[in-house]
Structures are given as C-alpha cells and as structure tokens.
Design a protein around this ligand. Structure first.
Ligand SMILES: CC(=O)N[C@H]1[C@@H](OP(=O)(O)OP(=O)(O)OC[C@H]2O[C@@H](n3ccc(=O)[nH]c3=O)[C@H](O)[C@@H]2O)O[C@H](CO)[C@H](O)[C@@H]1O
Ligand SMILES: [Mn+2]
Length: 339
C-alpha cells in the first residue's frame, strides 16, 4: 500500500500527464485532419506529422520513360505521364497552400467556347485546389448569362476589357492585359498563373505537376521537327527574330504560366517587344507566339516544359508516345470565328 501522500502526488501527476497527452492528441489530429490550415505552421517550424507515404523507389538506371526527352539541356523537366508521382507533388504543393489563377480570353465570337472550357476545367484542372478563373471579355453581360457554376474554392471572375478589330491584335494584346491585371490584382490573389487559349477543352488530369517558376508548352505541330521547320520570326528587324541556327523548342502561344512575378516579367517583355515592332511597322509572323518564343530562348528559359499531352489538336488523333491527352484545341472555322 502506498502512503497517502504518495497516492495524492501520483494522482496529480497522472492527471497532468493525461491532460498533456490529450492535448498532444488533439493537436496531432487537428494537423492530420486539416493539413491545409496547418501547413504554414509545419513549414515554419519544420515539423511534420503527415501520414506515411509509400511509393516505389526510383530506379537510377531504369528511367520510367525511355522514348521521350524528359529533361532539357538546362535541366528543366519535361512533363510526361509516367515521369511524376502526383501524390508526392500534391503533398508538396498543399504544404504551400498554393492558389492558382487561370487566365482566359473570350472576346467577340470566341465567347462561344467559354462554357465548355470552364465545364471541362472543373472536371480536370487543379482538382482540389483553389482556382480563380479570370475571364477577360468584352461581353460581360453575355457571358454572365451562360449559367456556369463552379465548385468550392473555385471562383469565376469576369474582367471587362476592350476588344480589337483585328484578331491579331486581340491575341497579341493579351500580353498587355495580363500584365496590367497582374500588378492590379493577381499578385495579391494567387501564387501561380496559367494562361490559356479558350478554343480548347480539358479531357484528362492537369494538376500541380505543371507548376514552376515559369513554364512553356511544346507546340504539338513542331516538337519532332528540326529548327529549320520552326516558324520563328526570321526577319532581323523584328524584336521576335531568331536566326535559323538557334532555338531550343517551338513553344505554343496558347499555354504558358508560372509564378505571378514571372508572368509579369514575361508579359511585360513581350508587350514592349510588340510595341517596338509596331512603331517600326513590323508584326511578328505568329504574333504573341513569336515574341514568346524569343523570350523563352534569350531572356528566360522555362524552368519546366509541358509535353504535347498538355496541348494537342483535336484532329491529330493519338500517337504512341502519348499516354494521356489532357487538353485539346478544338477545330474551328478560322475565317468565320475571327471576323
Ligand atoms: C494553341 C495555341 O498555341 N494557339 C496560339 C496560336 O493560334 P490559334 O489559332 O490557336 O489562335 P486563336 O484563334 O485561338 O486566338 C488566340 C486566343 O485569343 C483569344 N481571341 C482571339 C480572337 C478573338 O476574336 N477573340 C478571342 O477571344 C482567344 O482566347 C483565343 O483562344 O497562335 C496565336 C497567335 O497567332 C496565339 O499565340 C495562340 O495562343
Ligand atoms: Mn487557339
């Protein structure tokens, strides 16, 4: 039998210990149930109590993809299905509480593409992450009547912008408008921007594997071709000029992005290059796409490159190296829709 004094002291201690244990348990379960609200705390103190992740070990001498280029000569990853584990990436990006902005322009007749674009984005684009859809349009009244609905933590934001008579100006001025809104509001609302064409639909997963400081996408029509076939701007008078013996890849104008400050630099640069050319009475052969290719070659090489899985043409069927076709350009009657 324990002396009375001792019994009392033991009782007090065990009460203290058990309350401590309960407190620890409450904290731990809070962190495992609400990893997103707690992740700032995690990363700040380097403390982590996430569930154990079990996945196959990478084999140094057995690359998962052997028939495609997986890294650029400046060591930027090229994103192909099979080369990444989305669970690991989700774990990393959720810890950062990442917020994503998608910019898309629906000007004049191109408003017809908007509803399916948003509907398919809701199924496949950044599922589970907060997304602001920034819809630049000259027809706010029309597009707000499209009955587009989005899920939790997704937001449709309509930005009224001017339209231009020539379709070339519409496509090129996207650089200026993205730049302007980047300073005005995107910088305080999102961490990354993804800038896309509207005449497109999502049909498979597009997630945080695309995110990086600045990313570009291999144009589906050129990624197997030689430099001489690239439709870069070839006139030395243009700000977009690239000579025949230079060039890394041919990037698509309709799919780029990155951290907000990098997208600011990119769009600001391209807009200024276009203004200089305009003052000199020259316009690059493929408009914004030509200036973008020049920027990616000489000013800032992409830190990640998306394979043609991320931008394919409806009409091109499939190809043996494509394990997924995630986003496709719809066939359109160019003359009809651009006038
Ligand atoms: C998939 C892809 O890489 N597409 C690029 C390609 O042609 P595309 O033939 O894909 O260009 P496009 O006709 O889709 O125009 C580009 C985008 O500008 C917007 N728009 C255009 C005209 C208009 O009246 N209303 C309107 O909203 C719309 O978001 C459209 O998706 O080359 C263009 C420049 O020549 C751009 O670089 C495009 O991004
Ligand atoms: Mn397009």
């Amino acid at each position: 039998m324990w002396p009375e004094k001792c019994q009392f002291r033991f009782g007090k201690k065990s009460l203290l210990f058990s309350s401590l244990a309960v407190a620890v348990l409450v904290v731990l379960s809070w962190y495992s149930y609400f990893p997103e609200t707690s992740s700032n705390w995690h990363s700040r103190y380097g403390f982590s109590c996430k569930a154990k992740m079990v996945y196959p070990k990478s084999e140094t001498l057995k690359p998962p993809r052997t028939n495609v280029l997986s890294v650029s000569p400046w060591l930027a990853p090229i994103v192909w299905e099979g080369n990444f584990n989305i669970d690991i990436l989700n774990e990393l990006f959720r810890q950062e509480n990442v917020r994503i902005g998608l910019t898309v322009f629906a000007i004049k007749k191109y408003i017809r593409f908007l509803k399916t674009f948003i509907e398919t984005a809701e199924k496949f684009f950044m599922v589970g992450y907060p997304v602001n859809y920034y819809i630049f349009t000259d027809l706010v009244g029309n597009v707000t009547n499209f009955n587009m609905t989005v899920g939790p933590r997704k937001q449709l934001i309509f930005l009224e912008v001017p339209s231009y008579e020539r379709w070339e100006d519409v496509t090129m001025r996207r650089m200026q408008m993205i730049r302007d809104f980047t300073k005005q509001r995107f910088a305080s609302e999102v961490d990354y921007l993804v800038c896309l064409d509207v005449d497109m639909i999502f049909q498979d997963h597009v997630g945080v594997e695309i995110l990086s400081d600045v990313f570009g996408t291999l144009h589906p029509a050129f990624f197997v071709k030689g430099r001489d076939k690239f439709t870069y701007e070839r006139r030395p008078e243009s700000q977009a000029y690239i000579p025949e013996d230079e060039g890394d890849f041919y990037y698509a104008g309709g799919y780029f992005g990155g951290k907000v400050e990098e997208v600011y630099k990119l769009t600001n640069h391209c807009h200024h290059a276009m203004l200089t050319d305009k003052a000199n009475n020259i316009e690059a052969i493929w408009h914004d796409e030509s200036y973008l290719n020049n920027y990616f070659l000489y000013y800032k090489k992409p830190t990640k490159i998306l394979s043609p899985e991320y931008l394919w043409n409806e009409r091109d069927g499939t190809a043996f190296y494509l394990r997924k076709i995630r986003f496709i350009a719809l066939h359109k009657n160019m003359d009809e829709v651009r006038t």
